[in-house]
Design a protein. Structure first.
Ligand SMILES: NC(=O)c1ccc[n+]([C@@H]2O[C@H](COP(=O)([O-])OP(=O)(O)OC[C@H]3O[C@@H](n4cnc5c(N)ncnc54)[C@H](OP(=O)(O)O)[C@@H]3O)[C@@H](O)[C@H]2O)c1
Length: 377
């Protein structure tokens, strides 16, 4: 078990000096422990498909450089600030990347991704939360460390465990995102939900999450029929597929054939801004149906008649609320949300910090349901 005294003086970190320069691995002093924070030893960092676009500046999200990029990770607590009451050195945790300002919880930022859009988040990132998890060690907010029950999650099934590996646990962030939106629209056991697109990393995770939350029927939509087959194979009795064809009226007709649809969950990339599925899926909702929009969209057109005459509820969602985490972890610890190969997941590559370029390529190329590229700092 590490103590502050046994921590090394320095560590290796991947550094983004400027979005127009290649990243470099540097040896840096260890981050300094402060009140309200923990120093963690990062074990694995999953990449999203658009990692290169973010850190090359192509995606246009604000960043303050130099910075250590990163995101969520599984980690071991190495040291805790003096105000910690529960976390202990040696503990296995899932570090999430959604940092809230302590004096204004409405100021939120994605650690290692962006400095956010307000003077408050810019200041918080510049002064305190600039360096994230693509490093051997990181300083992270105490409240961003979700304790993991090692005995249950890593223990063998013969001894009552779920038998996961530490690397399989790195996947948690994908379904946790979907859980935020699905909780908003109160997806209930026995309901029918349409998820579109369902074939990417986050859309696929939404299908896994809806299964775990007890949806009776999940209509998975996407353009690519092969990718849809992969989604359906998770549970062919509960998952039905429908191809997006760019014709909202035909899609609506096909959706209606499934019977009343209670909910719609969208997590489209911005390239899908003009896709036919918004209109078909919203129009297919039953009266008083609910929709969660989580995609990285720009402005879009909403079918107003369907909204008004159907009494529909439309909810936007960025990530999740802190109070969602306990409910999410119950589904993980109970085994209802399945991880690893039995949940349909696959680690498509593991890369060291020096291999960031190959890792970013792998992440972009292999980003279907359950696929995960890991960087191992
Ligand atoms: N709100 C939040 O908190 C939150 C959190 C995380 C991510 N996001 C957003 O979620 C979006 C999706 O992320 P991701 O990693 O799952 O996927 P992604 O790699 O950004 O997108 C791939 C998915 O989008 C579909 N797609 C791509 N272009 C399309 C188009 N022109 N029309 C219709 N569908 C299209 C693909 O379906 P095909 O099978 O048809 O190729 C695939 O399902 C991102 O833009 C991200 O910003 C939001």
């Amino acid at each position: 078990m590490a103590t502050t005294e046994s921590l090394p003086q320095s560590h290796r970190a991947l550094v983004l000096k400027s979005p127009d320069q290649p990243l470099v691995v540097e040896v840096r002093p260890l981050p300094q422990l402060t009140s309200g924070s923990a120093i963690v030893r990062n074990l694995n960092v999953p990449l999203v498909s658009y990692s290169r676009d973010v850190w090359s500046g192509k995606r246009g999200v604000p960043m303050i450089t130099p910075m250590v990029p990163g995101g969520t990770c599984v980690a071991r607590v190495a040291a805790v600030g003096p105000d910690a009451t529960s976390l202990k050195p040696g503990q296995l945790v899932y570090v999430h990347n959604f940092i809230a300002s302590r004096d204004n919880p409405d100021e939120l930022v994605l650690f290692g991704f962006t400095s956010g859009f307000s003077p408050g988040t810019q200041s918080m990132v510049a002064k305190e939360w600039r360096d994230a998890t693509l490093a051997e060690y990181s300083k992270v907010p105490l409240e961003n460390c979700i304790p993991l029950d090692e005995t249950r999650l890593l223990g063998s099934p013969e001894q009552g465990g779920l038998g996961y590996t530490v690397d399989e646990l790195a996947y948690l962030g994908f379904p946790l995102v979907a859980y935020g939106g699905l909780r908003d629209i109160d997806l209930k056991p026995g309901e029918t939900i349409v998820i579109a697109p369902a074939t990417g990393q986050f859309g696929g995770a939404a299908v896994q999450m809806a299964l775990a939350m007890g949806a009776a029927t999940i209509i998975a939509m996407g353009r690519n029929t092969q990718a849809l087959q992969r989604v359906e194979s998770l549970d062919p009795t509960r998952i039905k597929t429908l191809q997006m064809i760019g014709d909202w009226e035909k899609e609506l007709e096909a959706l209606k054939a499934f019977g009343p649809i209670d909910a719609f969950f969208d997590i489209s990339p911005r390239e899908a801004k003009d896709s036919s599925h918004y209109k078909s899926c919203i129009s297919a909702l039953r009266r008083n149906g609910r929709a969660s929009l989580m995609g990285g969209l720009g402005d879009m057109t909403i079918p107003g008649f369907a909204m008004v005459f159907g009494n529909l509820q439309l909810k936007g969602r960025w990530m999740w609320d802190r109070e969602h985490i306990a409910g999410f972890m119950r589904l993980v610890n109970s085994g209802q949300l399945k991880l690893g190969p039995r949940g349909g997941n696959e680690i498509t590559g593991k890369f060291g910090l020096e291999q960031w370029d190959a890792a970013f390529d792998n992440a972009a190329e292999k980003a279907r349901l359950g696929q995960m590229t890991l960087m191992i700092p």
